[in-house]
Design a protein around this ligand. Structure first.
Ligand SMILES: C[C@@](CO)(OP(=O)(O)O)[C@H](O)COP(=O)(O)OP(=O)(O)OC[C@H]1O[C@@H](n2ccc(N)nc2=O)[C@H](O)[C@@H]1O
Ligand SMILES: Nc1ncnc2c1ncn2[C@@H]1O[C@H](COP(=O)(O)OP(=O)(O)O)[C@@H](O)[C@H]1O
Length: 308
């Protein structure tokens, strides 16, 4: 057997990073969460989660140097552990198996990498444990794990409401090209929401709607989309991290149609006209930034890529 051959019964599930093409944020609700109207968009920048049958339970992470392990949680705190515990409790089965996560999505980057791992773990363990969980139940378990996790199951382009956990797919027949610039230092999502509250104490309870964004998506014209990209967390993120504002100016200065903070940041994304245009913008930004990626969207949500 080749050393690369998968172990019998092993399952690998791939799940994508997300960006928010529209992120409307309302005043905090009684439970502290902010009501959202968002348009999630899954990018071709993915983590792979492999679950292998075993009696004991263990999670290992393979993290490239450019991501670094500083922002990763201690043992037992991984969203993969929480996903396994909730799925097992739902079916009354013991948590078991060995899970390895190959990371390619920045950690604490505003791209929902932890949520992608949780969604992928749900799909992989459902298969390894032979549970046959319904889509409805998987989505409900995902929502308990985090506001962004249901979208990581659904993928594509989708409207998110509630605190982001209510997800409705939308038709998106375009192929959109993005330059992605991760930051070497993470930014905490709760801290950015808290700063939103400080900067906008009079925010309306209702988040601003995504009608213009959805209309632009339907045109498949990146210039039209660039005009309506919107993120209410961008100003608070830039106020906490002024370098992000400088990066957005620089990207737009070298020809990107539009730069945007991804979700709560600090990753910034730049919409381009085409694959060639994205590669040229990326080449310019590489002069000042250690890591610049090119990705397109929309791509599929958590899906099986290999099983043995
Ligand atoms: C901002 C967004 C935009 O898609 O993503 P990121 O940019 O972080 O990836 C999301 O709202 C992040 O979703 P997620 O990271 O799943 O958040 P959760 O685990 O549910 O919540 C973490 C914390 O964020 C704050 N939070 C989250 C969602 C929301 N609608 N209102 C909030 O105020 C709360 O302080 C909460 O305790
Ligand atoms: N498997 C995981 N991968 C990344 N982060 C994780 C994971 N499990 C838990 N976390 C924690 O979740 C938090 C948010 O991480 P992440 O989802 O990468 O960022 P964001 O919410 O900014 O998109 C981090 O503080 C990290 O420690």
């Amino acid at each position: 057997m080749s050393p690369l051959a998968p172990v019998a019964g092993a399952v690998t599930v791939r799940a994508p990073a997300k960006i928010n093409l529209h992120l409307g944020v309302g005043a905090p609700r009684a439970d502290g969460f902010h009501p959202l109207t968002t348009v999630y968009h899954a990018l071709g920048l993915c983590d792979d989660v492999t679950a292998t049958p075993a009696e004991r339970w263990g999670v290992t992470m393979a993290v490239p140097d450019w991501i670094g392990t500083d922002a990763l949680p201690a043992d037992g705190d991984n969203l993969v552990d929480r996903a396994a515990a909730l799925l097992a409790a739902h079916h009354g089965v013991p948590v078991h198996g060995l899970v390895s996560v190959a990371k390619a999505i920045p950690v604490a980057g505003g791209m929902a990498g932890g949520s992608a791992d949780a969604a992928a773990a749900l799909v992989a363990l459902d298969r390894v444990w032979d549970l046959g969980t319904t889509d409805e139940d998987l989505l409900a378990i995902a929502a308990q794990l985090g506001s962004d996790v249901p979208f990581a199951l659904v993928g594509g382009t989708a409207v998110g409401t509630g605190r982001g956990e209510v997800v409705e797919p939308v038709a998106d027949h375009g192929t959109w090209w993005w330059v992605v610039v991760p930051s070497t230092e993470g930014l905490s999502t709760p801290a950015v929401y808290r700063h939103f509250d400080e900067m906008f104490p009079d925010a309306a309870p209702e988040p601003c709607g995504a009608e213009a964004l959805l209309a632009a998506l339907a045109t498949r014209d990146p210039h039209r989309l660039a005009d309506v990209l919107h993120n209410d967390l961008q100003l608070p993120a830039i106020d906490l991290r002024p370098d992000l504002g400088e990066l957005i100016d620089r990207g737009q200065g070298v020809g990107a149609l539009r730069g945007l903070v991804s979700g709560s940041g600090p990753t910034c994304v730049f919409l381009c006209e085409s694959a060639d245009h994205a590669r040229s913008v990326a080449a310019s930004l590489e002069q000042d930034h250690p890591l610049v990626l090119v990705a397109n969207g929309p791509v599929a949500g958590a899906h099986l890529v290999e099983y043995a």
